[in-house]
Write a protein that binds this ligand. Structure first.
Ligand SMILES: [Zn+2]
Length: 469
């Protein structure tokens, strides 16, 4: 805790130093910042956004993120494409300078970080390795990373290390956007990539300090956003990040919940239809269709899908997934759904032991066509599976056990022999539909149009110092 607290302090000091060093730029930003907070729910049309205001946006506050590349690790090896230095994260004093390609090993021993290289070895509370020249990249796990690599004792067990990439928010996004919306997007789809960059920036910004107890801000995988470092960068994504630098979406003055997903199937979903939470006006579910009624995302990869199970396959899936659902409603965040989640067939039947499958049916459908309640009838009783959890319960068979692609599907049960789901869309359906955004960009929509559609009521504006936690 001490280490992560100090790390955080250092970042804030860095931001403060830059803020005081660039007072003129901050003053230039003030009218924009004031607008963000004083005029809630002002539509984008009232304020120029995106590339039009690249000048002031580029002056936004720099923010360092702590991204966990690996957690609970044994001995690690790091090096650099150019000269680099090793320092103590606690005191920021250079301990030694190394040449390009020199490797340093780091591991945990008795609650401290041990390190060794060709020059010397030692122990630290917190090891920092960073290039002398920011054009060079640190190397870890066969990949290259902008910014610095930090090795800390993993706060979870104090017996292993966590490798962090401490990286500027904009550099981080250059390694996220290509993986989240697809690499190699053409210039004609640039507006969608910009919208993705803004959504991803807002998500990351809202996560600052969210995992303080683990010593970092974000995971580098699907637990947060998939981040591949410098190796995955591509020109259009980098240009989109740069053109929108520092811009985030706000809703009612706070960073917005910028969920995004691959393909909505023609209608995004309301947040309260996915989880037992109050309605969120920002994530209320919107139509995603062209004037002729055809979904914008109809041509996306995986826009339509079919999943089929044999009865025995489905039974073996449900033996695992139904007990997990019961755990979710009884002990997890799904408690509001617990009251009718399971109706026992006989007194004392245990929802954790599903028994044999008798039937499967769609019990409720939402107005936009999604399956809202799936009933699973077994010898133990009747399960009512709701919202987004339907994807968790009706997983793929054949040993894959992957989530169902979406909740927008028709179900056919053939006489106790097979079950077939035929559906549209891919993902939870919340917020920005990536395939829809790409089609809108191709049709000439700008990033602000795209964001306004998928996040109705959000405001776009630059990060300012007072936003920092
Ligand atoms: Zn869509």
């Amino acid at each position: 805790m001490l280490r992560s607290g100090l790390s955080w302090t250092r970042r804030r000091l860095r931001v403060a130093a830059r803020r005081h060093g660039s007072l003129a730029l901050v003053l230039a930003l003030l009218p924009l910042a004031a607008g963000c907070f004083a005029s809630k729910r002002v539509g984008y049309q009232d304020r120029p956004v995106g590339p039009d205001v690249a000048g002031p946006i580029s002056a936004a506050e720099p923010v360092d993120l702590r991204v966990a590349l690996g957690e609970q690790l044994a001995k690690q090896r790091i090096t650099c494409t150019g000269p680099y230095r090793i320092s103590s994260g606690l005191y920021d004093e250079t301990i030694l300078d190394l040449d390009a390609g020199d490797s340093t090993s780091a591991w945990c021993l008795q609650g401290r970080v041990m390190y060794a290289n060709a020059l010397q070895g030692g122990r630290l509370d917190w090891l920092v390795a960073e290039p002398r020249d920011p054009d060079h990249h640190m190397l870890w796990d066969g990949r290259s990373w902008r910014g610095a690599l930090h090795v800390i004792v993993c706060p979870v067990d104090s017996a292993s290390v966590t490798v962090l990439n401490v990286v500027d928010l904009e550099d981080y996004l250059a390694g996220v956007v290509p993986l989240e919306i697809g690499r190699g997007r053409p210039e004609s789809e640039r507006a969608a990539v910009e919208a993705q960059a803004i959504a991803a920036r807002t998500y990351a910004f809202a996560k600052l300090d969210a995992r303080r107890g683990r010593g970092f801000d974000l995971y580098a995988d699907t637990r947060d956003q998939v981040y591949g470092g410098a190796d995955v960068e591509d020109p259009v994504a980098t240009a989109a990040v740069s053109a929108t630098a520092g811009l985030i979406l706000r809703h009612e003055g706070l960073p917005a919940s910028t969920f995004f997903h691959a393909n909505c199937g023609g209608h995004t979903v309301a947040k309260d239809a996915v989880w037992p939470v109050p309605p969120d006006p920002l994530l209320r579910g919107v139509r995603d269709t062209r004037p002729d009624g055809r979904p914008w995302c109809a041509d996306g990869h995986g826009a339509q899908w079919r999943e089929q199970w044999t009865w025995s396959d489905l039974e073996s899936v449900l033996q695992r997934s139904l007990p997990a659902y019961m755990n979710y409603v009884e002990n997890g965040s799904g408690k509001a759904w617990a009251s009718d989640a399971f109706r026992p067939a006989t007194a004392g039947a245990d929802g954790r032991r599903p028994g044999q499958l008798r039937d499967l049916r769609v019990a409720e459908t939402s107005p936009d066509g999604r399956v809202a309640v799936l009933e699973v009838v077994t010898t133990s009783g009747v399960y009512r599976v709701r919202g987004g959890r339907i994807r968790w319960v009706l997983r793929s068979g054949g040993g894959k056990f992957t989530l169902l692609r979406s909740t927008l599907f028709d179900l056919t049960v053939a006489d106790g022999r097979t079950a077939t789901a035929t559906g549209r869309g891919h993902g939870h359906g919340l917020g920005l539909c990536q395939d829809g955004a790409v089609a809108r960009a191709r049709a000439g929509e700008q990033s602000r149009d795209i964001l306004e559609h998928y996040y109705p009521g959000a405001n776009l504006g630059p990060i300012v110092a007072s936003d920092l936690p």
